[in-house]
Design a protein around this ligand. Structure first.
Ligand code: HEC
Ligand code: HEC
Ligand code: HEC
Ligand code: HEC
Ligand code: HEC
Length: 232
């Protein structure tokens, strides 16, 4: 039996509908907390490695890797909004009216441009609606894209790099030091803090992470792990 089947078996559909009610019950009384915590920590979200076929053979390895285009050129809302915008055809055509404008692979892009019909990209990451997530809160606190999405700059086709489970979120919320970096490095896929003489890479990261945690006034563990931070 594979993981997703097991999940469906353990968590019947009513869980999704009943969840808000159950959460309110937890916040209100704590009576159901032990059951719910077991639920939460045993969950495994959508498959790691999930890489749906896209309508255009668009490559991050080429655009973000080789050509070095910054993530924010296309995902322009990550710093200011909860969601990370998927670029419109217009953003692509900013280059592709002149770059390689005769190409089989670019046909669907040109078609979208001519008809005004957006390209129907398939979503790779998808949290359930009852879990609240916000990109700008992370990016502006110095959490890099690579911590959650992996080395997108080497991916021909984007795949899900992490589990996106509740325990994955909470692991980092407990100890964010391992992942914090200066804000101006959030899209740098190869960032490493400068190590002092004789200092290991991990020790350097923990030292810098701790400094940044204070500088950016990251919330304490109690807030970061409280149910209502992510279920509101
Ligand atoms: C030239 C435009 C462009 C650049 C630059 C770019 N992306 Fe993308 N990105 C896209 C498009 C188009 C999609 C939707 C198609 C796909 O999933 O490949 C996408 C999809 C994604 C997804 C999956 C979204 C989902 O559906 O869940 C992630 C994650 C992502 N990009 C991260 C990054 C990161 C990190 C960088 C910088 C290293 C980056 N992108 C740079 C255009 C771009
Ligand atoms: C900043 C400029 C720029 C932007 C923006 C850009 N591209 Fe590109 N793209 C290029 C360059 C340069 C190449 C490589 C051309 C070559 O190999 O000769 C390329 C290659 C491609 C190819 C491969 C074409 C082939 O025949 O091999 C596809 C497909 C493609 N881009 C799709 C997209 C899509 C979809 C978007 C928008 C999400 C986009 N590009 C945005 C510059 C850009
Ligand atoms: C703390 C983890 C985390 C960080 C840091 C992060 N992402 Fe995401 N990203 C996610 C999650 C979780 C989702 C799925 C959100 C959902 O389904 O509601 C997602 C979804 C996306 C999507 C799909 C559109 C959307 O908003 O659902 C894109 C594109 C994306 N991320 C790009 C980026 C880029 C670019 C960066 C860096 C500037 C980045 N992400 C940083 C966790 C992260
Ligand atoms: C790699 C580390 C990391 C991961 C993974 C991560 N977070 Fe965070 N998260 C942070 C940091 C750092 C902050 C900033 C907290 C602050 O500013 O005080 C944050 C803030 C948040 C906030 C905003 C809190 C507020 O009110 O300001 C929410 C909501 C949140 N995260 C939800 C999630 C969810 C849901 C997931 C999993 C899908 C997740 N996070 C995964 C590090 C992480
Ligand atoms: C840092 C963010 C975060 C915090 C804090 C958090 N959760 Fe969650 N929770 C999530 C995410 C993300 C999911 C969806 C995971 C999935 O789809 O597997 C989830 C799923 C759940 C589920 C559904 C379980 C399942 O397996 O589908 C329950 C119930 C739940 N959480 C209860 C709680 C309770 C009770 C607390 C407080 C003790 C809490 N959560 C704290 C992020 C969080």
């Amino acid at each position: 039996m594979n993981a997703s089947k097991r999940k469906r078996f353990l968590f019947p559909r009513w869980v999704n509908f009943a969840l808000p009610v159950l959460i309110v019950a937890v916040l209100g009384g704590g009576l159901y907390a032990p059951t719910l915590v077991t639920f939460g920590f045993s969950s495994s979200t959508i498959d790691v490695g999930y890489a749906p076929i896209q309508p255009v053979a668009y490559s991050h390895a080429l655009h973000a890797g080789e050509l070095g285009i910054d993530c924010r050129y296309c995902h322009s809302s990550v710093e200011n909004a909860g969601f990370a915008a998927i670029p419109t055809t217009q953003v692509c055509m900013g280059c592709h009216t002149s770059v390689r404008n005769v190409s089989e692979k670019l046909k669907p892009v040109q078609e979208s441009w001519e008809t005004g019909k957006p390209i129907e990209w398939v979503k790779v990451h998808d949290l359930p609606d009852y879990a609240f997530f916000n990109h700008s809160a992370h990016v502006n606190s110095g959490v890099g894209c690579v911590s959650c999405h992996g080395r997108v700059d080497t991916m021909e086709v984007v795949y899900q790099a992490e589990r996106l489970s509740m325990s994955w979120c909470i692991d980092c919320h407990r100890n964010p030091e391992k992942h914090l970096r200066p804000r101006d490095q959030v899209t740098n896929m190869q960032y490493k803090p400068e190590a002092k003489e004789g200092e290991s890479e991990l020790a350097a990261q923990l030292r810098v992470g701790k400094e940044i945690k204070e500088k950016y006034k990251i919330h304490d563990e109690a807030y970061m792990t409280s149910c209502s931070t992510c279920h509101r």
